[in-house]
Design a protein around this ligand. Structure first.
Ligand SMILES: [Zn+2]
Length: 311
């Protein structure tokens, strides 16, 4: 064969394998993710670390959840790792940060992840607050994320699920009943990775995999605010896949969002009502535009800085 032909043939082979590899990658991401649908009517609590119920996962299925963001330094890094691995996760956002980084909230939604909330300013134990202050913390958490998503397309606004996670997992019976009356589910977990402690990425990776293996399925809590978590994430995914685990996205059951929106004194507005982009509005003005009562906005705790989180 003439050298010219060999070069042409080589180019063809190289081109073909490159396009095959690209196609395979795209196909892997195109395959429908397994989604675990979470019932929220009456505000059930999930996570066998604390409660009787587990979200509907089969053995060797894991749902990744990330708390305390959005963080301008690390959340996008986590999003890129998830994208590269075709994984959809759930982010429990802190309202204070959602208000400061609404573009990251919109990016989380646009990249197909589920969003829950985690209070306004992350007080580590809501039980230590007055009932009114604790409820305001939860309400403002939801309102801030809705405000950030108000400028997003309807499909992305729909990513905000009626899911709540207590800071430090410190729940309270009366707040859970109050959430339940608004059809908001409490999401705890089966395991963590101690990534809120001062440990390195290798330890986070080892502990995540060890804790998951001890139960065999469940919800993992990580923190997208921690650089060592972002550094550990590719290894956690690799180790779990090698052991035959698959990643499942948590999503509200069909109609759950409307169910929460139609509750009396709702914490979440129907997407149809919040349809107009209102990025320039603030506080009470936005609350009205989003169909939420204005009274609980513009309170003294609007300026509360988040507590340094422990979990
Ligand atoms: Zn937290």
């Amino acid at each position: 064969m003439k050298p010219g032909r060999i070069v042409t043939l080589l180019a063809l082979v190289v081109g073909l394998s490159a396009s095959l590899a690209g196609g395979a990658q795209a196909d892997a991401c195109r395959q429908p993710d397994r989604t675990a649908e979470i019932a929220t009517r009456g505000g059930p609590a999930y996570g066998t670390l604390q409660y009787r119920r587990m979200v509907p996962l089969a053995m060797k299925e894991v749902a990744l959840t990330f708390d305390d963001g959005p963080d301008p330094h690390t959340t996008r890094r986590v999003l890129d790792i998830l994208d590269a691995n075709c994984i959809k996760a759930t982010f429990f956002l802190v309202g204070y940060y959602a208000e400061r980084h609404p573009e990251i909230v919109r990016e989380i939604a646009a990249r197909g992840h589920t969003i829950g909330t985690h209070t306004w300013s992350h007080p580590n134990n809501l039980r230590r607050l007055s009932t009114a202050a604790a409820r305001r913390q939860i309400r403002r958490g939801f309102a801030a994320v809705e405000k950030a998503l108000a400028a997003a397309p309807p499909a992305d606004r729909q990513r905000l699920a009626p899911f709540f996670r207590f800071p430090g997992l410190n729940d309270s019976k009366h707040l859970m009943a109050w959430l339940g009356a608004r059809n908001i589910a409490t999401l705890s977990c089966e395991f963590g990775a101690d990534d809120w402690k001062r440990i390195g990425a290798r330890q986070v990776r080892r502990r995540a995999v060890r804790n998951i293996a001890s139960v065999g399925r469940g919800v993992l809590i990580l923190h997208d605010t921690k650089p060592h978590t972002a550094a550990a994430l590719p290894g956690i995914i690799e180790d779990l896949r090698k052991r035959g685990y698959r990643f499942v996205q948590l999503a509200p059951a069909p109609g759950a969002r409307q169910l929460a929106a139609s509750a009396p004194d709702a914490l979440i507005a129907p997407v149809a009502v919040a349809a107009k982009p209102v990025p320039e509005l603030r506080g009470a003005q936005h609350a009205q535009a989003a169909g939420l009562p204005a009274a609980q906005h513009a309170r003294a705790d609007d300026l509360l800085e988040p507590v340094k989180s422990v979990q």
